[in-house]
Design a protein around this ligand. Structure first.
Ligand SMILES: *Cc1c(COP(=O)(O)O)cnc(C)c1O
Length: 232
């Protein structure tokens, strides 16, 4: 246990240094990229030392799993910012609004409407990203690139949602850089600042293409057991 914890904390420092180097190498518009530490599958005992080491922004991909560990961790550390980075079903929207601070996977009008309603009922205002299916993969969530501008406009104008950025998960078998460049271009067209892109294998590339948020799991917490490790 202790060895594993130290490893996660040591890896956190390595990832943070790599982000700083990538930012120095890139011509950046905004401030430093925000590291979203993706803690899915890992239990609270593994996450806690990473919090103690100073990390405050975390990502989880399942609402139910997050409910099992984050309420207690957030009680102890009220300044935690928790991001939902996995698909959201309407019947989990109330729970997601109650627990998460940011939802990165808004991808269809129905879930946008349900989130607007839930935030109103709960008196909470979350920051939201629209997920874009940059590779137009049939099995993957996200609006298609051609629909991004109109969908973001609908979320803002009709539902008054606080859309802060776009998010993408590039196809596994393609050059990620092409997808990062596309997301950056779409974010400009949509008039949003946030670009959530880049994971353990490619966050430095994502930063060079303007990532504002990188979602890094295994490079911090180590390899996930494959059973629950599949993305999305
Ligand atoms: C799991 C996951 C990540 C982190 O992946 P790593 O390769 O472990 O860094 C990032 N984004 C999403 C959407 C994920 O589901």
């Amino acid at each position: 246990m202790a060895v594993g914890d130290e490893t996660a904390v040591a890896r956190l420092a390595t990832v943070k240094q790599a982000i700083v180097r990538a930012e120095e190498a890139a011509v950046r518009r905004g401030g430093p990229a925000i590291l979203v530490a993706v803690s899915k599958v890992f239990p609270a005992e593994v996450i806690d030392p990473v919090i103690v080491a100073g990390q405050r922004v975390f990502g989880e991909n399942r609402v139910q799993e997050a409910q099992g560990k984050w309420p207690a961790l957030k009680d102890t550390h009220p300044d935690i910012e928790l991001h939902l980075i996995g698909p959201l079903q309407s019947n989990k929207a109330a729970d997601a609004v109650a627990l998460f601070d940011v939802i990165q996977t808004v991808d269809r009008p129905k879930i946008a409407r349900v989130l607007a309603q839930e935030m109103k009922e709960q008196g909470r205002s979350l920051s939201l990203f629209v997920q874009v299916n940059t590779g137009e993969e049939p099995q993957k969530a996200g609006v298609s690139p051609g629909d991004a501008v109109s969908f973001v406009a609908m979320c803002r104008d009709e539902l008054s949602l606080n859309i802060v950025g776009l998010m993408c998960i590039p196809p596994i078998d393609e050059e990620a850089a092409i997808h990062f460049a596309l997301l950056d271009k779409l974010a400009n067209e949509c008039g949003v600042e946030g670009r959530s892109m880049g994971m353990s294998g490619d966050f430095e590339t994502a930063i060079s293409f303007g990532a504002t948020h990188v979602r890094v799991g295994s490079a911090i917490f180590g390899a996930r057991p494959t059973k629950n490790g599949a993305d999305g």
